[in-house]
Write a protein that binds this ligand. Structure first.
Ligand SMILES: N[C@@H](CCC(=O)N[C@@H](CS)C(=O)NCC(=O)O)C(=O)O
Length: 318
């Protein structure tokens, strides 16, 4: 784990000293949009760098699959193990290798894009093979671009951010992001008891609220799958096998919430989604990479509940 300072890699864990033990996530810095001048959408031009373990990168893999973009946007996946060099393209450790730039370390992409880059070196990254730079490294932007940018090139029909639902999707996303998606990280990366406890209350308040909401409706917003569901799902699917133990979010499991658990299975069983879930990478990444949290690197054997069990939610949107 580390970061770049003026283009030089430094092996350092998150600094929580100045924030009272709290983990504070930094904003992503590359924010170009497909369709803007210089970054026209075109099949085969853009490449996605991901970690199968990462919930943020996972969003982009799901929208890529649902929109049928696999042949238009290639993918390179890092190794699940992330230690002193950060994310690596070590094929011996389960990476696909960097199939476009041949880099060994993910931070090399950042310095290729911006030689004096300072900041975190994260996945996902959307790379432009034409101008050899990073288009965008913010998953919430990338999924919105994938949602529509390739529609005129034969992307599959489907709109996960429809105009008439945007306001409600934004409202749900805001709460889910702060207390759940990022909430589990705030709990897990806290370095004081107070900071940990500060994250746990809102996390479980939101899970209780979601349980209630999803007991009467199949999806979070409207009657169809939207990006709000995709964004929540990537945290829920990691919750019982990883966050509950590793990040100490152990007041309840997702399996203890009947509606939330059936909902998680429903999303998992949506055609195209199951093959984006790589439980081996998910478990190995967290438990074997975060040595400040789990010094032995031992990966627990449990994998969470059976995601293939019938979910029984089909009738809810009828
Ligand atoms: N806001 C970013 C966050 C991405 C992110 O934090 N990815 C994590 C992996 S789950 C990462 O690469 N962390 C490496 C680091 O912080 O050094 C997004 O949604 O794309």
């Amino acid at each position: 784990m580390g970061l770049l300072v003026d283009g030089t890699w430094r092996d350092e864990w998150y600094d929580t000293a100045s924030t009272g033990g709290r983990f504070v996530r930094r904003d992503s810095q590359f924010r170009h949009q497909l369709g803007e001048e210089g970054f026209e959408a075109a099949p085969g031009r853009y490449h996605l760098y991901v970690s199968y373990a990462c919930p943020w990168a996972h969003r982009t893999l799901i929208v890529r699959a649902l929109k049928g973009l696999e042949d238009m946007i290639g993918v390179s996946a890092v190794s699940p193990i992330m230690l002193e060099h950060g994310w690596t393209y070590d094929t011996g450790e389960g990476s696909t290798g960097d199939t476009v730039n041949g880099t060994r370390y993910h931070h090399e992409l950042y310095t290729r894009a911006k030689p004096d880059y300072s900041g975190r070196v994260t996945v996902p990254v959307l790379w432009d093979t034409k101008t050899n730079t990073i288009v965008n490294n913010e998953s919430s932007d990338i999924i919105r671009m994938f949602n529509t940018a390739f529609d005129s090139f034969g992307a599959r029909a489907g709109n996960f951010y429809p105009e008439d639902l945007r306001q409600e999707i934004d409202t749900v996303n805001e709460r889910v992001y702060d207390t759940v998606n990022n909430g589990v990280y705030k709990a897990g990366f806290a370095t004081t008891q107070a900071a940990y406890e500060e994250a746990l209350g809102p996390l479980f308040d939101t899970l209780d609220w979601l349980e209630e909401r999803l007991s009467t409706q199949r999806f979070l917003v409207g009657t169809q799958l939207t990006e709000a569901d995709i964004r929540l799902f990537t945290t829920l699917v990691r919750f019982d096998p990883v966050y509950h133990g590793h990040f100490k979010t152990n007041l309840r499991r997702v399996e203890d919430y009947p509606s939330l658990w059936a909902y998680t299975r429903d999303i998992y069983q949506t055609p195209g989604i199951a093959r984006t879930v790589n439980m081996d990478h998910i478990k190995r990444h967290y438990y074997a990479s975060h040595r400040t949290i789990n010094p032995t690197g031992i990966v627990p054997m449990g994998t969470g509940g059976d995601l293939t069990l019938p979910h029984g939610r089909d009738g809810m949107t009828a």
